[in-house]
Design a protein around this ligand. Structure first.
Ligand SMILES: [Ca+2]
Ligand SMILES: [Ca+2]
Length: 230
């Protein structure tokens, strides 16, 4: 009798815990499904001077949306990148209130677009932009303003996330292992390499000798091979 009572006691507690777990898992699912994200594809990349870069502005939504408006800002130092072309082919937007256009002065691409009933859901392209890499440096693409409205008859702004992009433009051709430009490859160059160890950024791109996106062991090996040759 004692043990049965104990089991009954356990069941009494397990049932509400099970219900709670089921409730959490259902709600977790709906949160993921409801995500509405405006993003730039690719989110990160390394390009060489002279390269043409195809960048797409996309939307991912699990809810029906019918109106989108955004500003896409290109943040860079003077003339690192040039906007060559803007294309609306393959866009899920069929009603352009204001077509994507680039303002040279503001470094901004603005647009306003709509999708007729029942609206759009899924993942799709809004427009793409072709950029030309002109000088080494870092380029950031961001959304200073954006709104994504639901096809719910009320125009609720349901945009949850804006994800921009960071591109690195590096010099064309193989960089010299003489990192301090003193005419020889020596311990001081190895020391410079070590102080720039890690993922490539605009600051240490010069030290990525094999152009693989990081300053690391392979670059050290290249540097040492040039050192012993002298
Ligand atoms: Ca040197
Ligand atoms: Ca490297």
């Amino acid at each position: 009798m004692e043990t049965l009572k104990k089991h009954k006691h356990k069941l009494f507690w397990l049932l509400p815990i099970a219900i709670l777990l089921i409730w959490i898992s259902f709600n977790g699912d709906s949160a993921v499904k409801g995500e509405v994200i405006l993003f730039v594809d690719p989110p990160q990349a390394v390009f060489k001077v002279g390269d043409e870069i195809e960048v797409a502005v996309k939307l991912k939504s699990e809810k029906d949306v019918n109106a989108i408006k955004a500003g896409v800002k290109i943040i860079e130092d003077e003339n690192i990148i040039e906007v060559v072309d803007i294309s609306k082919s393959d866009s899920f937007i069929s009603l352009w209130i204001s077509e994507p256009a680039f303002s040279e002065e503001e470094k901004l691409i603005d647009f306003v677009g709509g999708v007729p009933n029942p609206g759009f859901n899924g993942e799709g392209k809004i427009f793409s932009v072709k950029l030309k890499a002109k000088k080494p440096g870092e380029v950031i693409i961001d959304f200073p303003s954006a709104a994504v409205l639901a096809n719910d008859g009320k125009g609720t702004d349901i945009l949850e996330k804006k994800i921009g992009a960071t591109y690195l433009i590096v010099d064309n051709g193989a960089p010299s292992p003489d990192l301090n430009n003193d005419g020889k490859v020596s311990m001081s160059d190895i020391s410079i390499l070590f102080s720039n160890w890690g993922k490539v950024t605009a600051k240490n791109a010069r030290y990525d000798l094999n152009r693989d996106g990081k300053v690391g062991l392979l670059d050290l090996s290249i540097l040492i091979s040039k050192m012993s040759a002298q």
